[in-house]
Design a protein around this ligand. Sequence first.
Ligand SMILES: *Cc1c(COP(=O)(O)O)cnc(C)c1O
Length: 379
Amino acid sequence: MSALPFLPFARPVIDDAMVAAVGETLLSRWIASGPQVAAFEKALSDYVAGRPVRSFTSATGAMEVALQLLGIGAGDEVITPAQSFFASANVIERVGARVVFVDVEPATRNVDLAAASAAVTPRTKALLPVHYNAPLDPQALAAFRARHGVRIVEDAALAIGSRAGGRPVGATGDLVSFSFHPNKNMTTIEGGALVVNDAREAAAVEKLRFHGIARLPDGTRDVEMAGGKYNLSDVSARLGLAQLARLDEWCAARGRLAMHYFACLEGDELLAPERLPPRTNPGHSWNMFTVLLPLDRIALTRRHFIDAMQREGIGVGLSYEAIHLTSHYRSRGWREGQFPVSERIGRETVTLPLFPEMTPGDVERVCETARRVLRSRPA
Ligand SMILES: *Cc1c(COP(=O)(O)O)cnc(C)c1O
């Protein structure tokens, strides 16, 4: 057991000002969706160059509604990477469409757009790419959309605060969703948001988000579609407002800590650069620092590594398993060997601690411990 404090792999910043702001909202007694949600959506919209934004109880809910907004359902196909969090694929099935997996690129872990192009069929309605270990290229996405005539739902759950082509992720593109889960770059406890193109889409999203309700002139309500219930609370939105104000500062801190990881791991033959995220990575917000373990060169399994780090007081995450190899997607016919890069990442990846309040000394502790554990035998 380590005498040092436990270092989790992710931890949100929560300060006294945020606690006070949330307390004020609670004491106002207006705690479900209301003025704070409106203010939060306005602030998010300002952050993405004035595009309309609507908040949700999760990014998963936001992406599900995005697909419903596009009218995607039974008989349609949506292309998405096999290496992401499960939600990226699940939302496609939840609206009744078929998931078409493609592989990712090894370094960025972003979707292989050539493979995505090859997977387009007459049934393809959308591409759902993920901002993973680097921001997606907005020009490449726009070219894909123009070439294939499909819509694009960017899963930017990990990427609020990233910049691409000099502009914030969300300021460009088609539909873009963010997550505010505590492990992401900013948090509303649970929460998410969807960036849309215009007021018509925003109005449709509001209905899909809240029971399909439209208000009639006589004061009664109509239901225009069987909408869901994904509206954020004012308590969460007030936290989100306070968090958003500090997002850029935190992403800068993440970037500095990531560069310190590269410096500390430099020259380690077990963690060569091809096992690390891209070091030159303009605009990346560094939500995670992922590492591929050299499992064929060490005495440990990944499970041993994670447990040994835990015993040393260091939390290690696992982002992510290959989605097509989970039971549900196997039952749809997906198999080993179809997406070698995603599968290798799924086998070897671990996520080292990275959050804004870490110190350079914490990074050194993680690297020193990881190097030692990698060279150890199973306990
Ligand atoms: C976290 C995450 C999600 C899900 O976000 P929620 O807000 O928890 O629904 C989706 N996609 C990716 C890539 C994620 O990392």
